[in-house]
Design a protein around this ligand. Structure first.
Ligand code: ADP
Ligand code: MG
Length: 592
């Protein structure tokens, strides 16, 4: 659908007006597709562009939004095409039934493939999808009695009333428009935000309460579903299919299409798809000189990818963004409610017993006992490499304990995955800031507020209000809609804290929030910690700055070589001879 490709819509259509405008535009394009007489050649190109674009939308979701590679999209495309092809010709039954069967089949295979491989990630995922693709191709070629092998399937009928080619094209364009709209809106839904969070920083996503595995499998299934849909429509459009149309090479072409056009938006998918269909046509006159055609084609693709790493649409989008200044909103955010607090000293929030984490022979955490009382600031200190971050990772579920127990509010959470611990009431920040850098401050904090089970999780307006309140709480109201890169280091730390606070945690874990801050920022941090603490929220803080620690913490636990060497009221602990020794670097009495 090259008409849409040249129409740049700079923002996602919002609200009823946007939807109405989009629907009117789509209706116009459908009318043009049906009404404008074209020759068979042009018609074929349009049909291919419309159906392929739907397939490539799948990659917009799985790769563009969720950051997972899928090199088997042609196989899912094939499931849809063969279901319609074989179903309508060999087995009988209506087109729509077989289209649905193809989509269900593709989705199921996508979910299965995703479920079995998405724990691997990275290169393994790419390899497994390639293998899957090859197996599907082999089956299509060799399972002669069913697939008819290399001969392919012909005489595939179109459904009434879409028998005529232009009318069928109109149908494909209409479906393209609907799917395109959904994919366009997806980034601003809860699922879409979760996908983007995983793409930007998966660790931070799971700590924000997102079940990364489930979301990735869902993304894969959606991608396969769109592959199947496009395939079914393709079969009806061309009436003939054969295995070579669903080969690994096709999967690579789909991938190139989405990367070329811009992986992050369905507009990019349509641009890339149209271009990769058209470029070979434009270069057709070169076909008489073997090799030259491929060289020019390859060079063109490489040049575009080289100079436009975000694809063509990404490139244009970035140029447009320059003209769009974020609107500073007046600071009228609501007050942030924090229900996880309690009166100081009322029982234990977190209890570690004999907690251990070994990396091979290295005992990073070596039998640590710790009790954190409700409502107050508890500091965990110790020299570099003493096991503080590892302790925090084991508490928040980023690494599994080798031994011992973690209890939150009396509940044993030792075996829970990270996202479930967040749902249980843990919030944390990281020693190295882990924000989702492609998103705005508001979006980052909204994902925090989206914690399942929270009061606002399913109410978009309340969610945004809570996120704005959390940003206001850390002193950043008015800048909510700016991208992360515009914020200073200190403010990025504040946004991370706001993200954790938005989830309304029972216990806030802060890993060196003061690291890298200048003296003004440190004072701001101290005041922020005091404000949080004043709300009754319990904080466990790691920091090297003894001034900050002694100013905010009532209790201190000291680690050295993975062991607890001191624990108690701040003033006492800081005078403890072992602590002084560990900090001044004299020989520690703990075994190495
Ligand atoms: P701290 O935060 O107190 O500076 P860490 O908890 O980061 O210390 O590290 C404690 C020890 O565990 C260090 O010796 C570190 O090298 C080691 N360590 C931490 N993470 C890993 C890991 N994933 N694999 C192996 N060793 C690790
Ligand atoms: Mg550390």
């Amino acid at each position: 659908m090259s008409t849409a490709a040249t129409t740049l819509v700079p923002a996602r259509p919002k609200g009823r007006l946007g939807l109405a405008a989009y629907a009117a535009f789509a209706a116009l394009v459908v009318a043009l597709a049906v009404g404008v007489p074209t020759n068979g050649y042009v018609l074929n190109i349009l049909m291919q562009a419309a159906t392929f674009s739907i397939v490539v939308f799948g990659l917009t979701v799985v790769l563009g939004l969720c950051g997972q590679i899928n090199l088997a999209q042609a196989a899912f495309f094939g499931f849809g095409a063969y279901a319609v092809g074989l179903g309508t010709t060999d087995w009988g039954g209506p087109f729509w039934l077989w289209l649905a069967v193809g989509m269900v089949l593709a989705t199921a295979m996508g979910a299965l493939l995703g479920a079995s491989t998405l724990r691997l990630g990275g290169h393994y995922l790419a390899m497994v999808t390639i293998s899957f693709q090859q197996i599907v191709t082999l089956v299509l070629i060799n399972w002669l009695p069913v697939t008819k092998g290399p001969d392919g399937v012909g005489n595939i009928p179109r459904p009434a009333p879409f028998l005529e080619a232009h009318v069928y094209l109109g149908l494909c364009v209409a479906i393209l428009a609907v799917v395109g709209y959904l994919v366009w809106r997806l980034p601003d839904t809860k699922l879409g935000r979760a996908m983007r969070a995983i793409r930007d920083n998966e660790l931070a996503a799971s700590v924000a309460g997102i079940d990364a595995y489930k979301v990735k499998v869902t993304a894969f299934a959606i991608s396969a579903l769109l592959g199947g849909l496009g395939g079914g429509l393709f079969a009806g459009g061309f009436a003939y299919i054969s295995p070579d149309q669903f080969s690994f090479a096709e999967s690579v072409i789909f991938l190139t299409m989405v990367l070329l056009g811009g992986v992050a938006s369905p507009i990019g998918a349509v641009i890339g798809t149209s271009l990769l269909i058209l470029i070979p046509e434009w270069l057709r006159f070169l076909k008489s000189i073997p090799g030259l055609y491929l060289a020019i084609y390859g060079a063109a693709v490489i040049l575009i990818v080289l100079f436009m790493p975000d694809g063509i649409y990404g490139f244009v989008r970035a140029r447009l963004e320059r003209w769009r200044r974020p609107v500073a909103r007046p600071g009228n955010a609501a007050a942030l409610t924090l229900s996880g607090g309690g009166s100081a000293g009322a029982g234990t929030v977190l209890e570690l017993s004999a907690l251990a984490k070994h990396f091979g022979g290295l005992k990073a955490v070596d039998g640590v006992d710790l009790a954190i009382r409700r409502g107050g600031v508890h500091a965990l200190i110790g020299p570099n490499g003493s096991g503080k971050t590892t302790t925090l990772n084991v508490i928040s579920g980023l690494s599994r304990a080798t031994g011992g127990q973690v209890r939150l509010d009396g509940r044993d959470i030792t075996q829970l995955p990270a996202h479930a611990r967040t749902q249980a009431g843990l919030g944390r920040t990281f020693q190295n800031i882990r924000l989702w850098r492609s998103m705005t401050a508001l979006e980052n904090v909204m994902i925090g507020a989206e914690r399942p089970g929270s009061a606002v999780a399913n109410d978009a307006a309340a969610l945004e209000e809570r996120a704005r309140a959390a940003l206001a709480f850390v002193g950043l109201d008015g800048r909510a809609d700016e991208p992360i890169a515009r914020f200073s280091y200190g403010h990025q730390r504040a946004i991370e804290i706001a993200r954790a606070l938005a989830a309304d945690p029972t216990l806030l874990l802060l890993d060196e929030p003061g690291a890298g801050l200048n003296s003004t920022e440190k004072v701001e941090l101290r005041d922020l910690l005091r404000r949080i603490s004043a709300r009754g929220l319990t904080i466990l803080i790691i920091d090297h700055d003894m001034t900050l620690v002694s100013e905010v913490a009532e209790h201190i636990t000291v680690l050295n070589f993975g062991r607890r060497i001191a624990d108690g009221y701040s003033a006492d602990v800081l005078k403890h001879p072992d602590v002084v020794a560990a900090y001044l670097g004299t020989a520690p009495d703990a075994p190495a």
